[in-house]
Design a binder for this molecule. Sequence first.
Ligand SMILES: NC(=O)c1ccc[n+]([C@@H]2O[C@H](COP(=O)([O-])OP(=O)(O)OC[C@H]3O[C@@H](n4cnc5c(N)ncnc54)[C@H](O)[C@@H]3O)[C@@H](O)[C@H]2O)c1
Length: 332
Amino acid sequence: MSATSLRGAHVVVTGGAGFIGSHLVRELARRGAARITVIDSLRYGDVSNLGASLPQVQLVRHTLGEGPREPVREALRGAELLVHLAAEKHNQSKDDPTRVLRANVEGSLALFEEAGRAGVRKVVFSSSLYAYGRLEGGAMVETELPAPRTVYGVSKLAGEHLLAYQAARSGFRYDVLRYFFVYGPRQYAGMGYKSVILKNAERLLAGLAPTVYGDGQQALDYVYVDDVVEVTLRALTSERSGRTLNVGSGEPTTVLALLQRLTEVSGSARSLEFQPADWTAGTRRFADVERTARELGWRACTPLTEGLTRTYRWLAAQGHGDAQGADEPGAP
Ligand SMILES: NC(=O)c1ccc[n+]([C@@H]2O[C@H](COP(=O)([O-])OP(=O)(O)OC[C@H]3O[C@@H](n4cnc5c(N)ncnc54)[C@H](O)[C@@H]3O)[C@@H](O)[C@H]2O)c1
């Protein structure tokens, strides 16, 4: 099956000033996209994430789900491809669930309607493992019945269905990617929660021991941001449509193993510090990635040690040593 070319294309990226979005925008520029329009509220992202100014990147500051739609309509004019990454995320949803629904449900529907009106050819939507809702057992597989147990998970599942609905009405192609725990440089742009990796990398930089809650046997699926960018661009340029695909490493990594590895990477000789168990005790959340491998010829290829090294070096270069503000391990 032939693939759409990125060279010369006009691509719109919502959430492009955030963590994953900024990596994606830089890669789109590197691969020759002629125009990249970023729609971002800058509530969590920052223009500095985009690095040195790229002449083909335009920022439209707009909050999806709020205010008039004209900025979205204008941003999509003449666009061929859309990646929808902007979202209110899990830890943000605890304090203000209606904000999450406005952004992730109402904002997504309005965006998809405008994409249809603009004649966009393909839309890729970043959903989440939180759409599944399951906390234990074997690998999460796309054929299982989702049962989200958080407002964030419900909003992501709603976004998936609204995309299918609008694609049927407008005739554009689409794919849904369910990202697992994405990590890498520029994660956490200064507001909100810190993932277990960032919180503990900061502790190590401050000369403190990493903290494990409970026995550390809770397992998560960590996938490095460059791998996520690669699979997202494969979906975006694929001529196929209507797929829901997991994006993870396919490997469960225990918090204990993760933090031992991170400590090695930091060069510290500290042993881990154990704290009483929290709600994550006994949880196990990882992806079955066979469908994604089959459909897109992709598997995550950055080894954990390599990804952690790059993330740790980035954080060290920022001069971080503040170990405050941790929340759920890596909650996307
Ligand atoms: N990071 C992960 O591990 C992970 C895992 C699963 C899914 N995801 C999904 O991937 C996407 C990107 O996540 P990220 O980790 O890069 O997050 P991020 O917070 O770094 O980036 C999101 C960007 O969207 C912007 N934004 C938020 N609400 C907006 C709104 N209403 N209108 C316009 N812009 C808005 C923010 O300012 C930010 O720049 C999100 O949809 C998230 O749900 C991320």
